[in-house]
Design a protein around this ligand. Structure first.
Ligand code: 4NP
Length: 158
């Protein structure tokens, strides 16, 4: 079976999307599906290109036993070719990516992360960048449950 390629996208690619990538891989591993998926993340901006994740994201993930291995990069039009599914963290990210879609096939690859959140569907994953530790903890739990549901949805589709 061909692997399903999933790209998580936020603004800076140092807080939300690298965490979503790592949590998605964690769920895939735990449930024995890691060979079926390839996950990556990117930012709509180039503000942090080449940098590792934000220190606060690393610390919060570490508290939950999760290690992050990612260098920030900017989303490009090529990502529509390379990935089957593109998951935006908030409406602004969605609009940015949708504006780069070349056609309807590209557009249909994009979904919002919280479409898969059973507790609060349809809303943005809040940007924790300007807030305190509590924001990072909240984002962790939103992404932990949303990425698991996303993975189950993808398994049903394949
Ligand atoms: P992220 O968070 O989009 O979840 O990676 C942010 C990181 C950096 C900035 C904004 C949001 N920034 O303005 O530099």
């Amino acid at each position: 079976m061909a692997e399903t390629k999933v790209l998580f996208v936020c603004l800076g690619n140092i807080c939300r999307s690298p965490l979503a990538e790592a949590l998605f891989i964690k769920h895939a591993r735990q449930q024995g599906h890691h060979l079926q998926f390839l996950a990556d993340s990117a930012g709509t901006s180039d503000y942090h290109t080449g940098e590792g994740p934000d220190k606060r994201t690393i610390r919060n993930a570490g508290i939950h036993g999760l290690e992050l291995n990612h260098r920030a990069r900017q989303f490009t039009g090529q990502d529509f070719v390379r990935f089957d599914h593109i998951i935006a963290m908030d409406r602004s990210n969605y609009n940015h990516i949708a504006g780069m879609a070349a056609n309807q096939v590209d557009l249909l690859k994009i979904r919002m992360m919280r479409e898969f959140d059973p507790q609060n569907p349809g809303h943005d994953v809040p940007d924790p960048w300007f807030g305190g530790e509590q924001g990072f903890e909240e984002v962790f739990h939103i992404l932990d449950r949303s990425t698991e549901i996303l993975m189950q949805w993808l398994l049903k589709k394949s």
